[in-house]
Write a protein that binds this ligand. Structure first.
Ligand code: ZN
Length: 314
């Protein structure tokens, strides 16, 4: 064994540790990769499906523990040619195991929630050895993590081997939504419940109650960053890109703070009685978006796409 390898990794001393979010996600450039990979630290990887493959450009996360890794979400595209998630994750795990050799290392594939842009490449992992893929349905999530009667508003822990995550049921955007807290990095992974973009609260009372619980959690646990699964806002306050945008040169950073989380909570309380679209500095809340809201959003996106096509032709 080389001196750089180890058998035990200390995931508690000094936690939460600092990592790097110094990354410029590529879109609209020649040579844009289909899947982009950024190491936050030695044991934590942020992946992003590129805009050229899907305008959703969801973020995915790979967390390594001593005994298994957790892949949080599988993106918006099933096709392994177009979106080589399995091959990329296998390579990342192989690289990690070279530095931290151990036998029988496992992989758990789970999801921040069950929407199509977060589960599409699940099948790429179906035949992978030592791998559990958690189905997208709420009951499957409840049973896998062992929520029992605590579902969907309770919290459980999930041990990757020395790296023990908190998993918080987080209904509102989706019935199977969870939030993961990683004490090692202090990152709160909020899925599509909180991110710099359009927050669709399909079940508004549940969404608001989830935010109350997340803010309470962040008040008693050190949260370094709040990482959701998309970026739709511009750096300019209160402005979002149209739905379907595949080029976001001035997009907001992925990371939000616990102050932002509290701002989403406060906003959710402020607009509770008002269905519709409510715009804030770093996010937009859709309170039970109606047909008209959704059509307006789509129309803006169509117009944007038509204009983009015209510009490309000239
Ligand atoms: Zn999404």
């Amino acid at each position: 064994m080389s001196p750089t390898t180890d058998r035990t990794i200390d995931f508690t001393t000094g936690a939460p540790v600092a990592g790097s979010l110094d990354v410029a996600w590529v879109h609209g450039a020649a040579g844009e990769p289909n899947l982009q990979v950024h190491h936050y630290d030695e044991h934590t990887v942020i992946l992003r499906q590129s805009k050229r493959v899907t305008y959703e450009a969801p973020f995915l996360f790979l967390l390594f523990g001593e005994e298994r890794a957790l892949l949080l979400d599988t993106g918006a595209t099933e096709d392994a040619e177009l979106f080589p998630l399995r091959a990329t994750v296998d390579r990342l795990i192989d690289q990690w195991l070279e530095r931290h050799p151990r036998e029988g290392y496992g992989l758990v594939v789970a999801h921040t929630h069950g929407h199509g842009d977060h589960v599409a490449a699940d099948a790429q992992f179906a035949d992978r050895p030592q791998t559990a893929v958690v189905a997208r349905e709420p009951e499957a999530v409840r049973d896998f993590f062992g929520f029992g009667d605590g579902w969907p508003t309770g919290a459980v822990t999930f041990d990757l081997g020395g790296r023990v995550l908190d998993i918080l049921g987080s209904p509102g955007h989706h019935a199977a939504a969870i939030t993961c807290y990683d004490p090692w990095t202090g990152i709160l992974f909020t899925g599509d419940t909180v991110y710099p973009g359009r927050l669709y609260a399909f079940d508004f009372p549940a969404f608001r109650a989830t935010l109350d619980r997340l803010v309470a959690f962040a008040e008693t646990n050190p949260v370094t960053h709040v990482l959701g699964c998309h970026v739709e806002m511009k750096r300019r306050r209160r402005r979002d890109y149209p739905i379907g945008a595949t080029y976001q040169p001035a997009e907001h950073r992925l990371e939000l703070t616990s102050a932002d989380l509290a701002a989403v909570r406060d906003a959710a309380h402020a607009v509770a009685g008002r269905k519709g679209i409510h715009r804030y500095d770093n996010f937009v809340i859709f309170n039970e978006p109606g047909k008209a809201d959704q059509l307006r959003l789509l129309a803006r996106g169509r117009l944007h796409q038509a204009l983009a096509k015209l510009t490309r032709r000239n």
